[in-house]
Design a protein around this ligand. Sequence first.
Ligand code: CTP
Length: 479
Amino acid sequence: MASLTIRKLDDNVKTYLRLRSAKNRRSVEEEVRVILRELIEGREEPLTPFAVPPAASTAPTPQRTGAPPEASVTLIIGGGIAAYKSLDLIRRLKERRVEVRCVLTKAAQQFVTPLAVSALSHERVYTDLFDPQSEFDAGHIRLARDCDLVVVAPATADLMAKMANGHADDLASAILLATNRKVLLAPAMNPLMWNNAATRRNLAQLQRDGVALIGPNSGEMAEAGEAGIGRMSEAIEIANAAERLLRPPVPRPLAGKRVLITAGPTHEPIDPVRYIANRSSGKQGFAIAAAAQAAGAEVILVSGPVDLDDPQGVTVKHVESARQMLEQVQAALPADIAIFAAAVADWRVANEGDQKLKKTSAGMPPLQLVENPDILATISKLTDKRPPLVIGFAAETEHLIDNAKSKLARKGCDWIVANDVSPATGVMGGDRNTVHLISRKDGEIAVDSWPVMTKEQVAIELVAHIARSATEKPLEPAS
Ligand code: CTP
């Protein structure tokens, strides 16, 4: 009688045997004897969770693209000639960093093989509702829910009918009934089937149920001489539709608006090595610039010396002194919205030394201070290029609201963001801010007090206010 050498067996079989014997606490040889006995007695042990899944044994090793997937799709491939396009769809989705788990209906397997689908998706393929391995490993409930979107391509007339009527007699229809995810259908069928009253009814029902649709397109059918509506959309069209559902466009309420922002302190030179400055970190102004940019605005940030990275997508003009800041602000006009978050030094040294001031027996050098230009007031009072919405900040250490209200009137801006910068608050240089938005409403001055927030949250809230006010009372375009 021939003897069997385990070593010479196929790798997958060896792995299966090793795992199965470990699970059953038998030697590999014993396990082989048990399997043979069971086979002869006609009771085969079902595949266990340890078993090598049949499709995985034929699937290539997952491709490492470097970038992790950002979303996942369960792709149900229905039985139609268009199923060949679904192979390309898998590739297109993967290009978009979407992980794809495929389910093939029985009919689909007449057009594409599980091996081809598995090779492209780098995943095992699911075909059977009653596959013990798949029910343990993922199961139709997990296939239905452990994804961000279910795509059916091709969606045959039969699959659509099953879906519209809530059938669940195979894996594909069970997933479609069990899913709580958005479903995208890419129908493909003969034009007569597409136009049939039953398909029209099913389609109307599916649309009422919130199912998304891509196609079908019109064109020639696989059947010779037939043309009309019923061709499945191209793979790239389906992938784009899936991407729109997976990554809905971020709202960009400030798209088309130009926003000018000042931030940080200014440095006013005393001599080539010394300057007058303040404790502003620039964090609040930078956060506003980032939030406005994220909201779709074109942002120009004029910043004094800070220790922060330039926000992405923002044009940053770096300056030192108040006069340079004013110059850059004027050069950046026109703008739709101007936000003055900089802590501009009120004074500069009139007699700035060309050389380093030296200690002399005559005592302290007399420093004469002169007032800096008020950038906010200058821009608010412009007659020609005044931005339609001008927002100032009021950094106060006492009488916060009263001082801010009088600043609003004195500077001529539209809104003031008032914040208490007393050392105890930790606002200057810190990450949090407590602000009050002071604005004019129907001839009255309104005060809206916000809870303590991070500077990023304050920025997002301010940008949301700006976007809402632009909707209520459209800003005149910058000219
Ligand atoms: N501001 C400005 N130019 C200046 C001074 C201030 O653009 N030379 C702006 C600030 O960017 C802020 C607002 O005016 O938006 C108020 O700044 P703040 O420092 O609070 O007030 P000051 O005007 O400096 O008045 P005071 O120091 O008396 O509070």
